[in-house]
Design a protein around this ligand. Structure first.
Ligand SMILES: [Zn+2]
Length: 466
């Protein structure tokens, strides 16, 4: 009898990982990093709760590091089998895992210098660029909606999850003792108000359903309100004669922003303003988005035609500033610049340099377009701090801070319920994953009230039969 063990993203949102064991195969579904796990000063003793060389296949829903970030660790510890992904996920992993390895290398060098001064033993990175190259070698790409045979007993199909480019809902059929059982894993489900991506594919059949519950307790603000606020903040900045700084996540959010800014441009809203994408990583990711425009939600024909020629065709006032020199030169612009830079929560990256130079100016506008975790510089600014400390200095905050709450790459509560509502509730056992416990409890209550359907909440390490 096939079994599934809940190893990660259980009653929390990072470290997505599930182990499926059939009579003949061991399949790892997801290999995510727990946020903050890779810290040079506290590397965990054991990365995995299983032996990586025992795994036969890996299936990955999408490229975000909380789903994929430990793949290089897995191959470093001996995994040599196939890793099934979509083509856009392959392209994103190439950028994101390499970036993660590079950042880790820098952190380790810094940590080891510190250790040397204190006479302590140097530490090794949990993976390096060679391990990332090895992961890329092991990726097997498959298209959406194509059912493949992994072996005689296993069939796999990826369906569009609409969360980031290439993101998938996983359908897995397990044939054992003349019986077929079907597992559906939602991955991260997209928000149906995404301007670029399609709505999550509807699926109707499963014996076992694992559904994410990141926003199990609430609905997002309507996208139209957020877009209106975005437009107003840009106009206000133009009236103030200042620049706009947008800390942004490289994957998904940045491309949504480019879409909206293009729309504003065509509507004549931006006036003399110019847009700078000041993030080499977001620029590379935006190029990946261009390679897969056939996967977009094609409701806007003007955009569809334009984007085939590139982002600059859609947004002619866009400039990419890849080099450090180009980025530094942005400091010389005193007004009319809309600068998008990482990191999304201001914990690193070029945005910190911009904030350092511009937080003190009343004419500066900072637009937050994503979730800000507790303890980050972004969160302090959103919470209205009058002074903030970073890069070894204290800065007075005179800039105007805007928080645009309605952009989310995840389905809200009603969207989750609607998506789950297509399954046959008599037949399908539902388990909630990828959510904090209060979000899971809220969603569990809704499933009972709306569908008289009991949603199980697993505990970490729990094993169930499929
Ligand atoms: Zn994700």
């Amino acid at each position: 009898m096939a079994k599934l063990r809940f190893l990660g993203a259980i009653q929390q949102v990072t470290g997505s990982c599930y182990l499926i064991e059939t009579d003949t195969s061991k399949i790892l579904l997801e290999c995510g990093m727990i946020q903050g796990e890779i810290k040079p000063d506290k590397t965990p003793d054991k990365l995995f709760q299983f032996n990586p060389s025992d795994i036969d296949f890996v299936i990955l829903s999408h490229a975000h590091l909380d789903h994929s970030g430990l793949l290089p660790g897995l191959v470093r510890e001996g995994y040599r089998g196939s890793i099934f992904v979509t083509t856009p996920t392959h392209d994103l992993l190439d950028i994101m895992l390499k970036d993660a390895a590079f950042l880790q290398q820098k952190d380790i060098e810094w940590e080891n210098k510190r250790r040397m001064r204190r006479g302590k033993k140097a530490v090794d990175p949990i993976y390096d660029i060679d391990d990332v190259e090895q992961v890329l070698q092991q990726l097997i790409t498959i298209d959406y909606d194509v059912k493949i045979d992994i072996n005689n007993d296993l069939n796999l199909c990826f369906r569009d999850a609409g969360h980031i480019i290439g993101s998938s809902i996983v359908e897995l059929w397990i044939n054992e003792n003349g019986q077929t059982k079907k597992l559906v894993f939602s991955g991260d489900l997209g928000n149906s108000s995404s301007p670029l991506l399609r709505d999550p594919s509807i699926i109707e059949n499963a014996d076992l359903l694992l559904m994410e519950s990141t926003y199990g307790d609430r609905n997002h603000r309507p996208a139209t309100e957020t877009i209106k606020e975005f437009r107003e903040a840009l106009s206000e900045a133009m009236d103030d004669g200042g620049n706009v700084f947008i800390p942004s996540f490289a994957v998904g959010r940045t491309q949504d922003l480019l879409y909206h800014l293009g729309q504003f441009y065509h509507d004549g809203v931006l006036g003399q303003q110019k847009v700078y994408l000041d993030s080499p990583m977001a620029t590379s990711v935006s190029e990946v988005y261009l390679r897969h425009t056939q996967l977009y939600n094609l409701e806007n024909p003007e955009f569809t035609e334009s984007i085939k020629k590139g982002w600059k065709d859609w947004l002619p006032i866009l400039t990419y500033t890849r080099s450090t020199e180009e980025s530094m030169a942005l400091n010389n612009i005193s007004s009319g610049a809309i600068i998008i830079a990482g990191s999304g929560m201001c914990t690193g990256g070029r945005i910190r340099h911009h904030l350092k130079h511009n937080l003190c100016h009343r004419r500066s506008h900072i637009l937050f377009v994503g979730f800000q975790a507790r303890g980050t510089l972004g969160r302090a600014l959103v919470d209205g701090a009058e002074r903030v400390k970073f890069m070894g200095m204290e800065f007075v905050v005179n800039a105007k801070i805007h928080t645009l709450g309605g952009f989310s790459a995840h389905a809200g509560q009603d969207q989750l319920l609607d998506w789950a509502g297509h399954f046959d509730r008599q037949k399908t056992r539902l388990y909630l994953v990828h959510g904090e416990i209060d979000k899971m409890l809220a969603l569990q209550k809704c499933c009972i009230e709306k569908y008289q359907w009991y949603a199980n909440i697993p505990v970490p390490g729990e094993m169930i039969e499929i």
